[in-house]
Design a protein around this ligand. Structure first.
Ligand SMILES: [Zn+2]
Ligand SMILES: [Zn+2]
Length: 259
């Protein structure tokens, strides 16, 4: 961890962490809404938002940010995560380990939250049936705490094996939060080349998670189709629906099915 952060007083550390998550969230939420505006021909669902949706999503975001700021400040100030000496290799390895590790972690957490005993903690996130950039971090305090197991618990666990790179960790968090927020915008930004079976092993198109919100069951993965393909939870008709959206024909109903 860089010296100034290591030596920072608690109020300064809280401010830095709050500024990091606050600005990252605001910037990407604005970007998500701007993309919906400037690429109207790529709208995914031509279905209106629920009454008061942006209001409850904003509340959910504030809950998520509060949990994130407290958790990250506690983790950084206590020194529980072992950071190694900075090197490009360490940062790249940290980024790669988190990229894969978070996908596995989130898939199983998400599937668990869709079982009857845990659904209560995930209901808030699913109040958004048609999603916006604000839907991503709109969740209950209980789900936000579960996310912290991936955001802080996972790097902590990795660091027990080998010290992780601070900047690789920061870069992955920027990637994760940005992808999550912009990835919930109601607009398909993936080009045809990135909507193939092979490419979606690394990153799924926007319609992928939009269908999870519309249908509830299936597509539990984060960022890529990899885990859904392994777990047999991938919808067979998403490529057809992607084609429809990419051709400028938004989906008119949450119950829509592709051929
Ligand atoms: Zn879900
Ligand atoms: Zn979602």
């Amino acid at each position: 961890m860089p010296e100034p952060l290591h030596d920072a007083s608690l109020p300064v550390l809280v401010s830095i962490v709050a500024a990091f998550f606050g600005l990252l969230t605001m910037g990407n939420v604005v970007l998500g809404f701007v993309m919906e505006r400037i690429v109207p021909k790529r709208k995914i669902f031509a279905v209106p938002l629920a009454h008061g949706q942006l209001g409850f999503e904003l509340t959910g975001n504030l809950v998520f940010l509060a949990v994130a700021v407290v958790t990250f400040t506690a983790a950084l100030s206590s020194g529980v995560i072992r950071f190694g000496e900075d090197s490009v290799l360490r940062s790249l390895a940290t980024f790669a380990a988190l990229l894969l590790g978070f996908q596995v972690f989130y898939y199983f957490l998400h599937r668990a939250m869709h079982t009857r005993p845990l659904l209560w903690m995930h209901r808030w996130h699913h109040r958004s049936q048609v999603t916006t950039a604000l839907s991503a971090q709109s969740m209950s305090v209980f789900e936000a705490l579960a996310w912290m197991l991936g955001y802080v618990g996972l790097p902590l666990a990795f660091s027990l094996v080998v010290p992780i790179g601070f900047w690789g960790y920061v870069a992955y968090m920027v990637f994760n939060v940005s992808g999550n927020i912009v990835g919930h915008a109601n607009v398909e930004l993936a080009g045809a080349a990135s909507a193939t079976r092979a490419a979606t092993l690394f990153a799924n198109p926007w319609v992928f998670h939009a269908l999870h919100h519309a249908r509830w069951t299936g597509h539990y993965g984060f960022q890529a189709a990899l885990m859904d393909r392994l777990g047999g939870t991938e919808f067979g008709d998403w490529p057809a629906l992607y084609q429809r959206v990419a051709a400028g024909k938004p989906l008119e109903s949450l119950k829509v099915r592709g051929e």
